[in-house]
Design a protein. Structure first.
Length: 154
C-alpha cells in the first residue's frame, strides 16, 4: 500500500511523542521518506503531513507565480513559515511540538487521518466534528443533485 488510508488514534507519551500508525509508516517507507514535512492546514485545525514531495509540490506552484504580484510571497510565507520538518525516531514516533499543538489543540491523543498522497494529524474531538460537517455537506450536495435529477425527469 502506498496511499494513506483510514484513520487511527494514538496516545501521546509523557515525552510528547506519538507513534505514527504502522500502515502510514509502511506507506512512507515505500515512498522512500525518512523525513516528513508538516504544514498547518489552511482551513482546519490540523497538520498536513507528507514526504518532501508535498513540499516540492508547493514550491513548484510558488515558482509559477508572478514575483511582482505578491501572491507568491503569501504562498511562501504560508508554505515555509507555517511548515516544519518532523523526524521519525527508530520506533516510528514523532514529537508533538508546541508548533503542532498550538494549531491543532492536541493534548493527550492524536488522530492520524489518511488523505491519499498525504495524511493529517488532528485532535480527536475536532476530527469528529469536522467529519460530521463533511458528511453533512456531502449529503446535502447529493440530495440537491437528486432533486435536480428528479425535476429533469418530470
Amino acid at each position: 500500500m502506498d496511499r494513506f488510508l483510514s484513520n487511527a488514534v494514538n496516545r501521546i507519551d509523557a515525552k510528547g511523542r506519538v507513534s505514527v500508525p504502522a500502515h502510514f509508516r509502511t506507506a512512507l517507507q515505500k515512498r522512500g521518506f525518512s523525513e516528513l514535512y508538516a504544514l498547518r492546514a489552511l482551513e482546519a485545525p490540523a497538520m498536513d503531513v507528507g514526504g518532501l514531495d508535498l513540499l516540492d509540490r508547493y514550491e513548484q506552484r510558488i515558482a509559477q507565480e508572478d514575483p511582482f504580484l505578491g501572491q507568491g510571497d503569501d504562498m511562501s510565507f504560508f508554505v515555509h513559515g507555517d511548515g516544519t520538518f518532523l523526524k521519525l525516531d527508530q520506533d516510528g514516533r514523532i514529537t508533538m511540538s508546541d508548533f503542532i499543538r498550538g494549531h491543532t489543540g492536541i493534548t493527550t491523543e492524536a488522530v492520524f487521518v489518511g488523505r491519499g498522497a498525504f495524511f493529517q494529524i488532528w485532535e480527536p474531538g475536532r476530527f469528529m466534528e469536522h467529519g460530521k460537517a463533511v458528511r453533512e455537506r456531502l449529503l446535502s450536495l447529493r440530495q440537491a443533485r437528486d432533486r435536480i435529477g428528479a425535476r429533469a425527469s418530470e
